[in-house]
Design a protein around this ligand. Sequence first.
Ligand code: HEM
Length: 410
Amino acid sequence: MTSPGGRYSFDPGSPALRADPYPAFRKLRETEPMHWSDLGYWVASRYEDVRAVLMDRDGFGQGDFIGNIRMFYAPDFDVLGQSSYRWLSEVFVMQDPPQHTRVRALVTGALNARRVRDMAPRVQEITDHLIDVFMARGGCDLISDFAYRLPVMVMCDMLGIDQDDSRLPEIINAIAQSFIVFEPRTLSEAELTLANGEMDKLEAFFTDLFERRRREPRNDLSTALVEAGDGADALSTHELTTAVIGLFGAGFETTAHMLGNGMLTLHRHPEQWRQLRADPEGLAESTTDEVLRYETSLVATYRTAFADKIVGGVPVRKDQRVLTLIGAANRDPDTFTDPERFDITRQAARHMSFGGGIHFCAGAELARLEGRIAFSTLARRLPNMELDTASPGWREGFLFRGLSSLQARW
Ligand code: HEM
């Protein structure tokens, strides 16, 4: 986007960014690493600046939610009257301590390294089952038949949601449609109406799940969350519903895109796919981190300054917002050697794709486990897979970067 004065102004709604954001990221990093967008916020693109903002818990946080959203609308816009924005205002990723701390502790307890390790055999079983279903067909849509199904099944298992629940496809779609409220821009009336309706559906589905678990406890995370804390500390059904919509969505939307983006990138670099096929187990871990670095599925996040701060030599005033471009940080040559090269043997774990600081991704271990198992199993079981890499269909939206479909044959 170019402003009336002819100056470049970052616009996350630009179609060019959807097709390939990396040329714009590079230009920003090289020419204006702390860039002021006409949309009214700073855009940080260097690794050190992105990291500094996300790690500085005293200097940056979520701040005044209503004010931050009104920035994109009229000053009297009824933010909390929109169910999708009301949900966003209450979900813990958008909150500051102490509210954030209380819910995060519950969720990270459920996703600690030991529990995730124990999930490995089940994740392998689901992966093999999904491949068994389409193997004999000689082809599939890797996004709908695999990349979405794997993390959805893992999240359903974890929360105790019945895989055969006829409402599930609608719930998955509702996540995709309502998570548009994370986008740092004005939504059209149609987008907002759709997001609100889909959020209402999600709230009804998860409220029903928690009410059933209160009546009939089971051995699953939903029951554990209902039972966690006691007396004044226990979470209300509304608080649980809000948190779990976030957890469920974060648990599959980003992971599905990691798997899709990873397979696309591996096939755009056939020598890397060949290398993975030659040693699927040995290279599974570094492949997953390199995919996360090179083609992250969460391209950016944002923070509000709690006080006047200096970032990358630029003064950021109290209450101003900073969009931290994770995707740009991941290709910063000051941090990664030859960053535009996709190299599955690289030790890339320093990437910023799981964020940093107090909001560091609660599901990072699980996402890495799913990546390791999925990439190695596909390379082992479908080594002759060919993908239509020429014109992949990138989904709408800027923050969540992923494909709507990816045809595969073998
Ligand atoms: C490739 C997959 C994933 C990516 C790229 C990713 C990325 C991220 C990032 C960047 C954040 C920080 C957001 C911020 O600071 O504003 C985050 C937070 C979070 N992620 Fe993930 N995530 C992934 C998978 C998962 C999975 C599998 C789960 C759960 C099962 C999960 C649950 C969460 C939760 C609950 C938070 C909020 C943490 C907090 O606010 O304290 N994520 N994720």
